[in-house]
Design a protein around this ligand. Structure first.
Ligand code: COA
Ligand code: AMP
Ligand code: ZN
Length: 433
């Protein structure tokens, strides 16, 4: 059963033909933006046209820094009056990355989301609870419009307030929910605190999990706890958000929707393509976006193309679950964080000394970010009330910057052990599965 049979089962050569056609259109559209419009490689292909998808390798990459540098309008490829929404990803200092959508873009994104959910077995008879941040996070509205297009009864629950999530599930008979994997342990605990068992006391049959790295073991544990099938959903704001790659019911990797994206996996050092099956950095190009096409975007996510066909019959290639990053970004509670954001906040404070250490831990089934901050000698001697105030001030500033409340521990100068060589800022001790 397919959402768009002709597209999902398209023969590879026809799929590649469609990609070339859409890529040429995308380049012409991108040429309208101030940034892409001045790139000679893009102008060249607008004039001559691409004839094979491999020619994409002759185009320059786009990095997060490029999108931020030419903020806010540098990559806008349409008239501002046609833009109907923007999203912005977490995890940047200074200028965020803003991604613009016109009506066509939102329609095709909703369609990709509906297709993705259908692929994972969700149907219009389902009751779908979206336990995800709305607002600028793409997992909120991104899922919302897809679920509505599919025709489920949607519950836009948003993040947080676990007892209320459980009540919603039970009141309205939720059968499918979307949440980030690390939150589901906390939700399960609250079920137990309330004397409930999600296996018996809900009608859940499917969970959609994504937005952060997780292992196969973690997935199996979630399936066991909730008595469901859990499907991996991958996406990023620069490529819309969710709906880029999704698992089918075979649960053997995520199909990348190749009618909407060109998929490449490169060696992050040589920037050359790696062979199928080899791990590298995922690079993606939009094929069906008008307001803001993005060409050869370096996602920094590490994965590999899984060779061979999928028994479900879809011809769109599959990638493995994301195994890490080629930069130092980490994700906590569904929010992207770069250590430099934290350093940026700390180093502006005169009381803060030279060193700090970020530890990620799972405490009572919730992931927490603990930041030890060295305080300069003259301030560390200060009275307790002063240190208490400083601690609250730092907590507040960091929460504003990264959207997650840190646990701040103020420590004596030089008490954080120095690493040999390059400082290791982040120590990740979270339980993974
Ligand atoms: N999704 C849903 N709920 C979450 C969550 C997540 N990722 N992380 C934490 N929560 C819940 C907590 O369990 C708590 O509710 P409870 O006490 O009733 O169980 C509540 O949110 C607040 O948690 P707290 O630990 O105090 O978080 P915080 O002050 O650091 O703020 C959030 C954290 C949840 C508000 C913020 O991290 C957020 O909005 N995360 C969602 C991000 C998201 O949806 N990303 C997907 C992008 S596609
Ligand atoms: P954002 O742009 O805020 O939506 O964040 C996108 C990033 O979240 C991606 O680049 C990945 O690093 C991460 N991400 C999203 N989905 C998954 C997933 N299913 N598995 C692992 N990481 C994911
Ligand atoms: Zn499949």
């Amino acid at each position: 059963m397919y959402w768009e049979k002709e597209l999902e089962l398209l023969e590879r050569k026809d799929l590649e033909h469609l990609q070339v056609e859409r890529l040429n259109k995308t380049l012409r559209q991108a040429g309208n933006s101030p940034c892409y419009g001045q790139m000679p490689e893009i102008s060249r292909f607008i004039r001559s046209g691409m004839t094979s998808i491999e020619q994409i390798r002759e185009l320059p990459f786009t990095a997060k820094e490029d999108l931020r540098r030419d903020f806010p309008w540098g990559f806008l490829a349409t008239d501002k009056k046609d833009v109907v929404r923007l999203h912005s990803s977490s995890g940047t200092t200074g200028n965020p990355v803003a991604v613009y959508h016109n009506r066509h873009d939102l329609n095709s994104w909703a369609n990709l989301m509906a297709r993705s959910l259908f692929t994972a077995g969700v149907r219009d008879t389902d009751v779908f609870q979206n336990i995800c941040g709305y607002g600028l996070f793409t997992g909120g509205l991104g899922f919302q419009y897809g679920v509505e297009k599919l025709g489920c009864l949607s519950i836009p629950a948003g993040a947080g307030n676990s007892p209320r999530q459980i009540k919603l599930m039970r009141d309205f008979g939720t059968t499918v929910a979307h949440a980030i994997p690390s939150y589901l342990g906390r939700l399960f605990d609250v079920f137990r605190e309330e004397g409930l068992d999600p296996r018996k006391d809900t009608q859940l049959h499917t969970l959609v999990i994504g937005a952060e790295p997780h292992t196969e073991e973690h997935r199996r544990r979630i399936e066991e706890m909730f008595g469901v099938k859990a499907y991996n959903s991958f996406g990023l704001s620069e490529m819309n958000g969710p709906g880029v790659a999704f698992e089918c019911i075979e649960q053997n990797g995520l199909h990348v929707w190749e009618d909407a994206y060109v998929l490449e996996v490169i060696d992050p050092v040589t920037l050359q393509p790696v062979a199928d099956g080899e791990v590298g950095e995922l690079v993606m190009t939009t094929l069906d976006r008008q307001a803001m096409p993005v060409i050869r975007y370096r996602t920094r996510d590490l994965t590999r193309i899984l060779p061979g066909p999928c028994p479900c019959g879809r011809t769109h290639r599959r990638i493995d679950r994301i195994s890490g990053r080629s930069d130092d970004m980490f994700i906590i509670k569904g929010c992207n964080v770069f250590p430099m954001q934290i350093e940026g906040v700390l180093m502006k404070l005169p009381e803060v000394g030279d060193d700090y250490r970020i530890t990620l831990e799972t405490i009572d089934d919730q992931d927490e970010m603990i930041i030890e901050v060295e305080v300069k000698k003259e301030w560390f001697k200060g009275d307790l009330a002063f240190l208490d105030k400083l601690q609250r001030h730092i907590t507040h500033l960091i929460r504003d910057e990264v959207l997650v409340r840190p646990r701040i521990k103020l420590v004596e100068p030089s008490s954080i052990p120095k690493a040999e060589g390059k400082a290791v800022r982040v120590h990740d001790h979270r339980q993974k599965g």
